[in-house]
Ligand binder design. Structure first.
Ligand code: FE
Length: 222
């Protein structure tokens, strides 16, 4: 059995796989993708949803909204101290300055990692996630082991993600709700002083904005 964070990474991918199953492919009725596909077909057949509208919605979340939005926010905060202050004071407003906002991003809070504090985000109840800056949540974020263990043993979870937090660094765990969604502002990596805002944004990963990874410079070529 794979650890929870190595499982399939993206719910959207599961939906796409389902759509490409040839009719003869045996599928399990317990497979969520199959059940979603069956539900979708039924709702369309009954005229309760519009297929084109649904496709547009999926395209939005797969291609137009995603962690690159969050990465731009982080990079701006790294290069512009005044923007960083606005982000930490009113994340929803600061994120909207860059053109990002909407459903499930109405009440954002940015939490800053420092040499003394590391922030980790979870939704213990279900899977609340800042869609407008991070896109679709990874499967492990929604899994029961992550949701429970992120609170009970955050340092253990981080260790399993490959992030070993020194004991002197405080670990703060933020529980997302339907009302409030969190964005971790990771530490800017050492040695990145010469990089442009765009180059910095390219370094920022989804996992670093959830708090299960640090942002690092790519290893130098041998
Ligand atoms: Fe939730």
């Amino acid at each position: 059995m794979q650890p929870f964070w190595r499982q399939e990474d993206d719910g959207a991918a599961a939906m796409t796989d389902s759509a490409t199953h040839p009719p003869s492919t045996p599928v399990s009725a317990s497979d969520p993708a199959t059940r979603v596909s069956a539900l979708e077909s039924l709702l369309v057949a009954k005229g309760l949803i519009d297929q084109a509208a649904l496709d547009a919605l999926i395209d939005t979340y797969e291609h137009q909204i995603g962690p690159r939005n969050g990465a731009k926010v982080v990079a701006r905060a790294w290069v512009d101290p005044a923007y960083k202050q606005r982000l930490l004071a009113d994340a929803t407003g600061a994120i909207a300055e860059l053109g990002f906002g909407g459903l499930q991003g109405e009440h954002m809070v940015a939490v800053e990692n420092t040499p003394f504090v590391h922030n980790l985000v979870v939704c213990t109840l279900c899977s609340c996630y800042p869609y407008t800056v991070l896109g679709l949540p990874p499967v492990w974020y929604k899994s029961s082991p992550y949701r429970s263990r992120a609170v009970l043993d955050p340092r253990g979870v981080l260790h399993e993600f490959g992030l070993n937090l020194p004991p002197e660094v405080e670990c703060r765990v933020w529980d997302s709700t339907a009302e409030v969604r969190y964005l971790v502002l990771p530490e800017r990596p050492a040695g990145s002083a010469g990089l442009s805002e765009e180059q910095l944004a390219a370094l920022v990963t989804r996992d670093s904005m959830i708090g299960v990874a640090r942002v690092t410079l790519p290893a130098a070529a041998p």
